[in-house]
Design a protein. Structure first.
Length: 74
Protein backbone atom coordinates (compact mmCIF):
# COMPACT_ATOMS: atom_id res chain seq x y z
CA UNK A 1 0.00 0.00 0.00
CA UNK A 2 1.30 3.42 -0.85
CA UNK A 3 -0.80 5.25 1.74
CA UNK A 4 -3.17 4.64 4.64
CA UNK A 5 -5.09 7.72 3.51
CA UNK A 6 -7.67 6.73 0.92
CA UNK A 7 -10.50 8.38 -0.99
CA UNK A 8 -11.07 11.04 -3.61
CA UNK A 9 -9.13 14.31 -3.45
CA UNK A 10 -10.64 16.63 -0.88
CA UNK A 11 -12.41 13.78 0.93
CA UNK A 12 -9.52 11.57 1.98
CA UNK A 13 -9.71 9.64 5.23
CA UNK A 14 -7.45 7.33 7.16
CA UNK A 15 -8.21 3.74 6.28
CA UNK A 16 -10.46 2.34 9.01
CA UNK A 17 -9.49 -0.85 10.82
CA UNK A 18 -12.18 -3.04 9.23
CA UNK A 19 -11.11 -2.06 5.69
CA UNK A 20 -7.44 -2.62 6.56
CA UNK A 21 -8.28 -6.04 8.02
CA UNK A 22 -10.13 -6.97 4.82
CA UNK A 23 -7.18 -5.94 2.64
CA UNK A 24 -4.55 -7.51 4.87
CA UNK A 25 -6.55 -10.73 5.12
CA UNK A 26 -5.55 -11.43 1.54
CA UNK A 27 -1.85 -11.78 2.46
CA UNK A 28 -0.18 -15.04 1.50
CA UNK A 29 -0.94 -17.49 -1.30
CA UNK A 30 -3.86 -19.75 -0.34
CA UNK A 31 -2.73 -22.64 -2.55
CA UNK A 32 0.75 -22.67 -0.93
CA UNK A 33 0.63 -20.91 2.44
CA UNK A 34 -1.40 -21.49 5.58
CA UNK A 35 -0.73 -17.95 6.81
CA UNK A 36 0.49 -14.62 5.50
CA UNK A 37 2.27 -11.66 7.05
CA UNK A 38 1.55 -7.95 6.67
CA UNK A 39 3.83 -5.09 7.66
CA UNK A 40 2.39 -1.59 7.59
CA UNK A 41 4.20 1.66 8.20
CA UNK A 42 2.07 4.78 7.96
CA UNK A 43 3.84 7.87 6.64
CA UNK A 44 3.98 10.41 9.43
CA UNK A 45 2.48 13.14 7.22
CA UNK A 46 -0.54 10.99 6.31
CA UNK A 47 -1.29 10.38 9.98
CA UNK A 48 -0.92 14.06 10.89
CA UNK A 49 -3.15 15.21 8.02
CA UNK A 50 -5.75 12.58 8.82
CA UNK A 51 -5.87 13.52 12.49
CA UNK A 52 -6.05 17.24 11.66
CA UNK A 53 -8.90 16.65 9.21
CA UNK A 54 -10.88 14.65 11.79
CA UNK A 55 -10.56 17.55 14.25
CA UNK A 56 -11.41 20.13 11.57
CA UNK A 57 -14.49 18.19 10.45
CA UNK A 58 -15.70 18.09 14.07
CA UNK A 59 -15.88 21.91 14.20
CA UNK A 60 -19.46 23.15 13.61
CA UNK A 61 -19.84 24.73 10.14
CA UNK A 62 -21.04 28.06 11.53
CA UNK A 63 -17.79 28.55 13.50
CA UNK A 64 -15.32 27.72 10.70
CA UNK A 65 -13.35 30.49 8.99
CA UNK A 66 -15.19 31.53 5.79
CA UNK A 67 -13.36 30.34 2.69
CA UNK A 68 -11.18 27.88 4.61
CA UNK A 69 -11.74 24.45 3.06
CA UNK A 70 -9.27 22.48 5.17
CA UNK A 71 -5.97 20.94 4.14
CA UNK A 72 -4.87 21.01 0.52
CA UNK A 73 -4.67 17.72 -1.36
CA UNK A 74 -1.27 16.40 -2.20
Amino acid sequence: MTSLVKGPAGDQKLLDSSSAHQIFGRAGRPQFDREGFVYVMAHEDDVRIGRWKEKYDAIPEDTKIPGCSGPKSR
